[in-house]
Design a binder for this molecule. Structure first.
Ligand code: CMC
Length: 393
C-alpha cells in the first residue's frame, strides 16, 4: 500500500480542477465565477446566476432573454409523470418523491445518454433546470392532497415556484414581490458550493458517463442527509423545541456542556471560521421579510433573533468562532414564506441544480477526467484456507 496516500473523506485531496466557485473560509468569501454572492443575490435573478455558473459569464440582455425562453419552454413535465405521485404513500417525504421522480426522468429522455454530444447535454441541462421546481412543487401539492398547479411561464422563476406551491384552482397565489425576492436570493446563495458531498457525488456518478438525470438524482440522494441539506430542517425543529425566549439560556448551557452531545443547530461550519457569507445575505433578507410581515406575526422568528443575539454575546461561541451558518437563516426565511419544513431540503435541491449541472458539464469537458475510482487501505484478513461448513466451529 506504499503507493496509496490515506486521506479519509478526501479532506485534503483536490479531486478536480474547477473554475466555477471560490471559497475563502477564513475571510468568509464566496464567489461564483469571480462574482461575490452578495452582489448576485441582491441584483441578479436565479436564472441569470444559473447562466453564469454554466457558461462562465454573466449573460447580456439578449442572451438572458434567449436563455429564459429556452428554460421556460421545458417547465412542464410529461403528463405520465404526474401519475407517479399517486403511487407514493400520501405522507411520503417530498425528498423521497423528488429523488424517485428525477431518477425516472432518464426513462423519458433516452436521448440524453450521449454525454459527449453538446446539443444533447444542453437540452438535458435545460430540462433539469426547468423541471426541478415543477417536480418539487408537485411533491408538496401531492403531500397535502391539493391538485397540481401547472407552471405559468410568464412568471419569473421564483415567482413561478411560489405560484405552483401556493395557488389553488379557485384562487391564484397573490404574488408578494418581497417574498419572491427573498426566494430568489435564497436560491442564488445555495446554487453552488464547490466540491461538497452532493456535488462530488454528481461528479463521481457522471465520471462513469451515466446520463445527467441519473447524476442529479444521485446528488439529491446525497443532499438529503441531515449533515448536508437536511440541516435547515433541524434548525426549525430545534427552535420549536426551545419554544420560548425564557428557555434560551438552558439550551445555550446544554450546547456548552462538554458532557452533552447537543449542539445548537445552524451555528458553526467546517470551512467558514468567520461569518458564513450566505448567512449574512439571508439575515438581510430575513430583516426585510420580518418588517414586511410585522415582527409579531410568528413567535418562532422572534425567538430565532433572540437566540442569535444571546449566542453572539457569549464568549464560548466567540472563542470557537461559531457564527450562524446558511442553514440558520434559510430555515427562518422559508418559514416566513410559509413554506412547510418538509420542503426546505427539496428547495435546497432546486437551488443546487444549477451548480450540480455546471460542475457536471465542466467534468465531462475536462480532458484530464477519468472514472472516479478511490483507493483504500485494506484492513481485513490476508489469504485464508476455506473451511467447509461441517468443519466450522
Ligand atoms: N453548538 C455548540 N458547540 C459547537 C457547535 C454548535 N453548533 N459547533 C461547534 N461547536 C464547538 C465544538 O463542540 C468544539 O468545541 P471544543 O473545541 O470545546 O471541543 C468546537 O466548537 C469546534 O467544533 P468542531 O466539531 O471541531 O467543528 P467542525 O468543523 O467539525 O463542525 C459543524 C462543523 C457545522 C458540523 C458544527 O459546527 C455543527 O455541528 N453545527 C451544528 C449543525 C449545523 O448547523 N450544520 C450545518 C452546517 S452548514 C452546512 C452547509 O454548508 O451545507
Amino acid at each position: 500500500t506504499g503507493l496509496v496516500a490515506f486521506d479519509p473523506s478526501f479532506g485534503s485531496t483536490a479531486s478536480c480542477r474547477s473554475s466555477i466557485t471560490y471559497i475563502d473560509g477564513d475571510a468568509g468569501v464566496l464567489l461564483y465565477r469571480g462574482y461575490p454572492i452578495e452582489a448576485l443575490a441582491e441584483r441578479s435573478t436565479y436564472l441569470e446566476v444559473a447562466y453564469l455558473l454554466l457558461f462562465g459569464e454573466l449573460p447580456s440582455a439578449a442572451q438572458l432573454r434567449t436563455f429564459v425562453h429556452d428554460i421556460t419552454y421545458h417547465t412542464m413535465v410529461h403528463e405520465q409523470i404526474s401519475r407517479f405521485y399517486g403511487a407514493f404513500p400520501k405522507d411520503s417525504h417530498p425528498m423521497a418523491v423528488l429523488l424517485g421522480v428525477v431518477g425516472a426522468l432518464s426513462a423519458f429522455y433516452p436521448d440524453s445518454t450521449d454525454v459527449f454530444d453538446e446539443d444533447q447535454r444542453l437540452i438535458s441541462v435545460y430540462r433539469l433546470l426547468a423541471k426541478m421546481p415543477t417536480i418539487a412543487a408537485m411533491a408538496h401539492k401531492n403531500s397535502i392532497g391539493q391538485p397540481f398547479v401547472y407552471p405559468l411561464n410568464r412568471l419569473e422563476y421564483s415567482e413561478n415556484f411560489l405560484h405552483m406551491m401556493f395557488s389553488v384552482p379557485a384562487e391564484p397565489y397573490e404574488m408578494n414581490p418581497v417574498f419572491a425576492k427573498a426566494l430568489n436570493a435564497l436560491l442564488i446563495i445555495q446554487a453552488d458550493h464547490e466540491q461538497n458531498a452532493s456535488t462530488s457525488t454528481v461528479r463521481t456518478v457522471g465520471s462513469s458517463r451515466a446520463n445527467p438525470f441519473a447524476c442529479i438524482a444521485a446528488g439529491i440522494a446525497s443532499l438529503w442527509g441531515p449533515l448536508h441539506g437536511g440541516a435547515n430542517e433541524a434548525v426549525l425543529t430545534m427552535l420549536q423545541e426551545i419554544g420560548t425566549r425564557e428557555r434560551i439560556p438552558e439550551f445555550i448551557a446544554k450546547a456548552k456542556d462538554r458532557n452533552d452531545p447537543f449542539r445548537l443547530m445552524g451555528f458553526g461550519h467546517r470551512v467558514y471560521r468567520s461569518y458564513d457569507p450566505r448567512a449574512k445575505v439571508m439575515q438581510k433578507i430575513c430583516d426585510e421579510l420580518l418588517s414586511e410581515l410585522g415582527d409579531g406575526d410568528d413567535p418562532l422568528l422572534a425567538l430565532a433573533r433572540d437566540l442569535e443575539k444571546s449566542v453572539l454575546a457569549d464568549d464560548y461561541f466567540a472563542e470557537r468562532k461559531l457564527y450562524p451558518n446558511v442553514d440558520y437563516y434559510s430555515g427562518i426565511v422559508m418559514r416566513a414564506l410559509n413554506i412547510p419544513t418538509a420542503m426546505f431540503t427539496p428547495i435546497f435541491a432546486v437551488a443546487r441544480t444549477a451548480g450540480w449541472l455546471a460542475q457536471w458539464t465542466e467534468m465531462i469537458q475536462d480532458p484530464e477526467q477519468r472514472i472516479s475510482r478511490p483507493r483504500q487501505l485494506y484492513t481485513g484478513p490476508l489469504r485464508r484456507d476455506y473451511v467447509p461448513l461441517d468443519q466450522r466451529p
